[in-house]
Design a protein around this ligand. Structure first.
Ligand code: ATP
Length: 458
């Protein structure tokens, strides 16, 4: 039996109810503890732009490093690049962005705001109170609105050229395909990966960092023979699903959603999204796309440079097909924060907030907490040693219970306490975030002990 609209709506409500976390709670925690806060905050912020603070940048860097490790370092058949953000403007003509990269948009003449027409329920302006009549919303007809951000290059007004801040990181991978293939001495099948900023003039940036105007993507374009595209699509689909499980996401928070045929880009053969259950519903964090030979064919046409390849054994000449994996770094960081957040009531009634990050992703790996300021000297020495290996933090302010809570709240997996016995037994206490269990460990072997714990399951 097929789903009715109300079945789907019920399921959506149930999914949301599974999330005890309200976004406002997370947004407030992120600002208070320096994960993420509005860009230009003292000027009231700027819609769609966010700054990552001292803990946020560590979290995001750890995520990017893990992606790079899985996608580039651990594979013989993928190489990395870091391209310029601004490409030759012809790039975006070849890619179809100048002509097609737009959303249908409506303006409300009453509230003077602009919305994506496909995100408006019925014909109502989202600003209108429920009881207001549709006519009072006074929406314009839908018009196409190009999402690329433009800039001008060149000094004098007459000679300036319009350039675009890239709306996706993959196009320089296609335009650099020949150079990378030859210089890295790679043969099809192989992939090119990069992590970098992308910009889209989103009409309605919202849901915290989820839909931003400046964001980061981690993309990999895998080039293969036309006869092998299904096999590689299946391979990358499986690899990318496993990546998210390895990040520590519970499987119940993830799902694969194949695109319906009317959703596919005109050049795409297949596409699936990996979706995450946010407090605001199931939403895409990654796309896996079979882009066919569209990109290389178009860049061949527009540049006049031949991008097809020859199979050295069969001498067959062909245009490689492309399987793309494209994950949003900011969306995944947000998903990590959502999944990690929990509020616990401890024995005795105390409350604690915990960010239960996988240790590999946690911004601070270990906090060194001397029991008293009198023990600062040996505790500093341990800190100096550990920080050569991992991001280690020193804190001697306040009682030890409060210091543990502060670390729990930012997801630090281990706390090392130097106490009055440590001078004699040359041991410290290592306290684990989730179980709060404590173990006496020799200072000599402390770095190795922590490394073993931090690298577990990876
Ligand atoms: P959406 O339909 O949500 O706008 P999309 O299908 O246009 O996303 P892609 O072009 O496939 O997204 O981009 C790949 C990834 O880049 C997305 O899965 C997402 O994680 C990220 N991404 C895209 N647009 C944004 C944005 N405005 N803010 C943050 N991340 C984004």
């Amino acid at each position: 039996m097929s789903d009715t609209v109300s079945d789907a709506a019920d399921r959506e409500t149930q999914d949301r109810d599974r999330h005890p976390l309200a976004m406002e709670t997370l947004v407030a925690l992120c600002a208070a503890r320096g994960f993420v806060y509005p860009a230009s905050e003292i000027y009231g912020g700027i819609a769609g732009f966010w700054d990552y603070g001292p803990l946020g940048v560590e979290l995001k860097n750890n995520l990017k490093a893990f992606w790079w490790r899985r996608m580039v370092r651990e594979r013989d058949d993928v190489v990395g690049i870091d391209s310029a953000i601004i490409s030759h403007p012809r790039t975006w003509e070849a890619s179809g962005h100048v002509e097609h990269f737009s959303d249908p948009m409506v303006d409300c003449r009453t509230c003077k705001r602009r919305f994506r027409s496909d995100q408006i329920q019925g014909e109502r302006c989202p600003e209108a109170p429920r009881q207001r009549a549709i006519t009072e919303c006074d929406l314009t007809e839908a018009r196409e609105f190009n999402l690329m951000l433009r800039t001008q290059l060149g000094a004098s007004v007459d000679e300036t050229t319009t350039a675009y801040l890239r709306p996706e990181t993959c196009q320089p991978i296609f335009s650099g395909f020949k150079r990378v293939r030859e210089s890295a001495r790679q043969r099809v099948p192989f992939g090119i990966a990069q992590i970098g900023k992308a910009f889209r003039n989103e009409i309605t940036p919202r849901n915290f960092t989820f839909r931003s105007r400046e964001f980061e993507q981690a993309e990999m374009e895998f080039f293969c023979h036309p006869g092998e595209r299904e096999r590689w699509f299946a391979h990358w689909r499986e690899q990318r699903w496993q990546f998210h499980l390895d990040l520590g996401f519970d499987e119940s928070l993830l799902r694969m959603r194949p695109h319906a045929s009317d959703e596919l880009a005109h050049y795409a053969r297949a596409a699936e999204d990996i979706e995450f259950l946010f407090p605001f519903g199931w939403q895409e964090i990654e796309g896996i796309h079979d882009r066919g030979d569209w990109d290389l064919t178009r860049h061949t046409q527009y540049s006049g440079k031949e991008l097809s390849v020859t199979d050295e054994e069969t001498k067959e000449r062909f245009m490689p097909m492309v399987i793309e994996t494209s994950v949003g770094v900011d969306r995944t960081t947000l998903a990590l924060l959502v999944a990690a957040y929990r509020q616990e009531t401890l024995e005795g009634g105390d409350e604690r907030t915990v960010l239960g990050f996988h240790p590999a992703i946690a911004p601070i790996k270990v906090a060194i907490l001397p029991l008293s300021k009198k023990l600062a000297e040996p505790a500093h020495a341990i800190h100096a040693d550990l920080r050569r290996h991992f991001n280690a933090f020193y804190d001697d302010a306040g009682n030890i219970g409060r210091r543990y809570r502060r670390q729990d709240e930012v997801g630090t997996p281990f706390c090392v306490t130097y106490d009055f016995d440590s001078n004699d037994d040359h041991c410290v206490t290592v306290r684990e975030r989730d179980t709060m269990s404590q173990q006496r460990v020799a200072i000599d072997g402390l770095a190795d002990h922590l490394r073993e714990l931090l690298e577990q399951d990876l």
